[in-house]
Design a protein around this ligand. Structure first.
Ligand code: NAD
Length: 508
């Protein structure tokens, strides 16, 4: 269905119309999936093999579409979206066969059986995407789902439909069969209708509030959902961190894409010994960000209003606000917020999704961990220290799906081998890594005889012989045995008991 047509129908904002469009899209996607899903994963990989090259050949076109619709600097469009998308394609195409291909399972409790584990596509998947990475996020949802054999209906943000249209065009041009990937451009009402239309899985990336609505709607059937939601991500700076390096990392990590990244640094925890020097240096670096060229604007007035509200609330609480001044073109100067009550303030507790960062001191590692984890979110974090081993150990105590030592965790999203996702209010499910491919499929185990087609009737079928209980006790003892040799001998004894019993008690 052409983009304009879907937008016109969904724009009518009538649930009935949106439901009709959604039902039609899901039915068509399901029909198209049958043939695509029947291919071997290797065949699907061959169809999509040209994708990295297609992206490379369209690198400037994609970047231009992102800049035009989202407003971010071209350098960010290239570095944070197009290049990582090529890397994601390369990774998934390289690992798909060994990740999703069949594998054999053996079990010592079923030596006469042979099982195969396979990954089957869900069917028609709905991918619902936000606007902040309008190419990379939907691409990262769509590609693993397609490789796994699903068809996909992509519902991009209503603020960035043209980038999504280009994405669908480029993937389709690789030779994807007609209708396997469809665009459903419209607003949230179309997204809600698509979930109501009972697809086979929903991949959602966006705000916590919308994610909760999507999950509640999916629970009616129920259908599985993957939720990639927001965060109030933190950088933990230990006393031995390099001041220059770390303030540069935080200045960038808090403001790239205008701070409109799920993994944007919104909180900075700095050891008390370094705190004043760190705050002053960070303030200086934030003031020197080129707001005209390098800082992306708020995507719309609603987003800018959230920035204003959070900065205003900080001032009203008596916190010290440096920056946060209004600029033309829906921008503000990067804001640094500190003060005694900062850890109880809105900017600390709620996602601002803007170039606003709050900073607080801590005295001990224990305090840093407690302060970091005192949030219901858990998407990403970073730890800065000259002692990498100590930082790594501390990272393992933070409640966050991705933690970077001496780097900004956002960069991890551009590393396609790394699974990406959160805990708590930041959602569940993983994009990128082999986990994204595995999340796009359900596991089927097919178990069959290893030897003769039928063999003897099973000793545990009717009637239950009195000796069955003894044989089960012998089997339980064998399973529990820690020493492998003794365990294998135990299996042998239990098996012998079962077979002897079988010869004495004919089965129904
Ligand atoms: P949003 O929740 O407002 O919208 C996301 C998408 O959901 C849009 O396509 C929207 O049209 C659709 N939608 C709205 N209502 C719906 C409904 N009832 N049912 C189904 N779909 C509906 O989020 P946004 O403002 O576009 O994006 C910003 C948010 O996304 C931030 O909270 C950010 O942290 C989060 N985010 C998370 C990740 C991650 O990887 N965890 C990545 C990027 C953004």
């Amino acid at each position: 269905m052409p983009l304009e047509q879907v937008q016109r129908v969904a724009g009518a904002a009538e649930a009935e119309t949106a439901d009709h469009v959604a039902a039609t899209l899901i039915a068509r996607a399901r029909a198209a999936q049958a043939g695509w899903g029947a291919l071997e994963v290797g065949e699907r990989v061959r169809v999509l093999a040209g994708l990295p090259g297609v992206l490379l050949g369209n690198i400037d076109r994609i970047a231009a579409a992102i800049v035009a619709e989202n407003g971010k600097p071209r350098a960010e469009a290239l570095a944070h979206e197009v290049v990582p998308a090529i890397a994601v394609a390369r990774h998934h195409l390289d690992v798909a066969v060994r990740t999703l291909g069949p594998s054999r399972i053996t079990s010592p409790t079923a030596p006469y059986r042979s099982a195969v584990r396979t990954h089957r596509p869900y069917g028609a998947v709905v991918a619902i995407a936000p606007w902040n990475l309008p190419f990379l996020i939907p691409f990262s949802q769509v590609l693993p789902a397609l490789i796994a054999g699903n068809s996909v209906v992509l519902k991009p943000s209503e603020l960035t439909p043209r980038v999504a249209e280009l994405l669908v065009e480029l993937i389709t041009d690789c030779g994807l069969p007609e209708g396997v990937l469809r665009l459903a451009a419209g607003d949230g009402s179309l997204g809600a209708a698509l979930v109501r239309a009972r697809p086979d899985k929903v991949l959602f990336t966006g705000s916590v509030a919308t994610g909760q609505r999507v999950m509640a709607a999916a629970a009616r059937f129920p259908i599985p959902v993957g939720l990639e939601l927001g965060g109030v991500d933190a950088a933990v700076v230990l006393a031995d961190a390099d001041l220059e390096f770390t303030t540069s990392a935080v200045a960038w990590g808090a403001t790239f894409n205008g701070g409109q990244a799920c993994c944007s640094i919104e909180r900075v925890l700095v050891h008390a010994d370094l705190f004043e020097a760190f705050r002053a240096r960070l303030e200086d670096k934030l003031r020197r960000v080129d707001t005209r060229v390098d800082l992306a604007p708020a995507i719309d007035d609603r987003q800018r209003e959230i920035w204003r509200q959070h900065v205003r609330a900080a001032r009203e609480c008596g916190l010290e606000v440096r920056g946060g001044d209004e600029l033309p073109g829906r921008k503000i100067t990067p804001a640094l917020i500190s003060g005694d009550a900062v850890t109880a303030s809105t900017v600390w507790l709620e996602e601002t999704f803007g170039p606003v960062v709050a900073i607080a001191p801590f005295d001990t590692d224990e305090q840093a961990v407690a302060l970091h984890n005192d949030t219901e979110y858990g998407l990403t974090a970073s730890v800065f220290s000259a002692d990498v081993d100590r930082a790594r150990a501390l990272a393992g105590r933070l409640h966050a799906g991705s933690v970077a030592v001496n780097d900004v965790a956002a960069t991890m999203y551009s590393t396609p081998e790394y699974p990406w996702g959160g805990v708590g209010r930041s959602g569940f499910g993983r994009s990128h890594g082999v986990d994204a491919l595995l999340d796009a499929a359900w596991v089927q185990v097919i178990d069959a005889p290893r030897g003769p087609a039928f063999g003897p009737k099973r000793p545990w079928w009717y009637p239950y012989a009195p000796e069955l209980e003894d044989a089960m006790r012998a089997l339980a003892a064998a399973i529990a045995e820690p020493r492998l040799g003794t365990r294998l001998r135990g299996y042998g004894r239990a098996g012998h008991q079962l077979l002897t019993m079988l010869s004495r008690t004919p089965k129904l």
